[in-house]
Design a protein around this ligand. Structure first.
Ligand code: ADP
Length: 399
């Protein structure tokens, strides 16, 4: 039997999300989540496709214990890490720096390089590394493939990747714009070209990935030429709890005037800002509901969010010169008709328009929401990072 299955692992600081996919379909065989690792109330939820959802509440001390529990659940369905159908484990790795521009089979040297990038991704890369090491110890013969969030953005030209700061200082500390959510931007831009029935190599697309984290990218001919996140996922759009763009002097000001430490300011900008900081909620559903009731702070949060989005659509229209499509994706992008409507409103001069009827139709497949006459197509394209990670890992090991 050919090995056509890929286990996708997304190891966060206190959680592991996983999916088992069969690339012969492709079909999803199982998915699940371990959360609150190392904390009270840890649990694992395992959902085999077509089977009963199973939930376990048990102490899960660390990532190793989490992956062992996942392995037990998969093995109970005859799909463990030692099953001959399994071709690879695909790992989401957040930071691949300048070096990793493609999925990579993990060896000691690759692990060391991911480790060297920990200073630029202190929250993410350590958890990703633990995930890889543990999966490898469970089955040393299975290829482990790292798929990097930054990889799609390594095609950015130097003038988009550089901050205008002293070159020696920047290079000594790897300070440059890397961008994130690359797997999603790659997948969604390709699907958008397919939806338009166009050759990706001849299509210019602005992708708006609006989840809890949010980023925009400008994609020319299938290659990223600019993206809104930078050295870290803090730059750019307004997010659930992250500020996105601020004047860097805000940091000095808060340090000098408010006596806040660097760590305090880090927490403020990453965890207590964005929609949450503006109005106390970070769920767009709740914000839209409060706004409809006339709540002023929710209205302000919505307006700041949309204003920033418009600025990026305008900026990337200028970067690309010609835009064929704008694609909305992720939790907010796929589901929030009010956000899409407000973001596109008033951009007719840039060629954008919405069919308000189509915009309110719900669905889980790629679809156009612009009228036929519009020069720029506006689309809703559901992202699927796990499928893209599995496809990239599989294409590497099945050659
Ligand atoms: P993550 O970045 O965690 O992967 P998602 O892409 O799943 O995030 O997006 C999560 C966010 O999507 C939620 O915080 C919420 O704001 C938003 N969201 C989900 N469903 C809806 C909806 N029906 N309407 C508006 N916003 C939604």
């Amino acid at each position: 039997m050919p090995a056509t299955r890929v286990l996708v692992l997304n190891s966060g600081s206190s959680s592991v999300k996983y999916q088992l996919l069969d690339m012969a379909g492709p079909t999803r065989l199982a998915m699940g989540l371990v959360e609150r690792i190392g904390e009270a109330g840890a649990r694992l939820v395992h959902s085999p496709t077509g089977g009963e959802r199973r939930e376990r509440q048990q102490p899960i001390a660390d990532h190793e214990a989490a992956l062992r529990a996942v392995e037990e659940e998969l093995a109970a369905d005859g799909m463990g890490l030692d099953s001959p159908e399994l071709a690879a484990v695909g790992h989401r790795v957040v930071h691949g720096g300048q070096r990793f521009s493609a999925p990579t089979v993990v060896d000691e040297e690759v692990l060391a390089e991911i480790e060297r990038l920990v200073p630029v991704a202190p929250l993410h890369n350590p958890a990703n590394l633990t995930g890889i090491r543990t999966a490898r110890s469970l089955n040393p013969d299975l290829p482990q493939v790292a798929v990097f969030d930054t990889a799609f953005h390594t095609t950015m030209p130097e003038h988009a990747a550089r901050y205008a700061i002293d070159v020696e200082t920047a290079d000594a500390h790897r300070v440059r714009r890397y961008g994130f959510h690359g797997t999603s931007h790659a997948y969604v831009s390709r699907r958008t070209a397919e939806l338009l029935d166009r050759d990706p190599a001849d299509t210019n697309i602005i992708v708006l990935h609006l989840g809890n984290g949010a980023s925009a990218s400008a994609v020319r001919g299938g290659r990223c030429v600019d993206t809104s996140m930078g050295l870290t996922p803090l730059e750019g759009l307004v997010m659930g709890t992250r500020s996105g763009d601020v004047d860097p002097a805000v940091v000095f000001h808060l340090s000098r005037v408010a006596g806040m430490s660097v760590d305090d300011i880090d927490t403020l900008l990453n965890k207590r800002s964005g929609l949450l900081g503006l109005c106390g909620d970070n769920d767009m559903r709740e914000i839209v509901r409060r706004r409809e009731e006339g709540d002023e702070r929710a209205t302000l949060a919505f307006d700041v969010y949309v204003h920033r989005l418009k600025k990026y659509i305008g900026a990337y229209s200028a970067v690309l010169g010609r835009v064929d499509a704008v694609a909305f994706t992720a939790g907010v992008g796929e589901n929030s008709a009010p956000v899409r409507q407000a973001a596109v409103e008033g951009l007719e001069e840039l060629g954008l328009a919405l069919d308000t009827q189509l915009n309110t139709v719900r669905g889980d497949t790629p679809r156009l929401i612009s009228p036929e006459y519009a020069r720029v197509a506006v689309a809703v394209v559901p992202t699927d990072e796990e499928l893209e990670i599995a496809a990239q890992a599989y294409s590497l090991v099945s050659r």
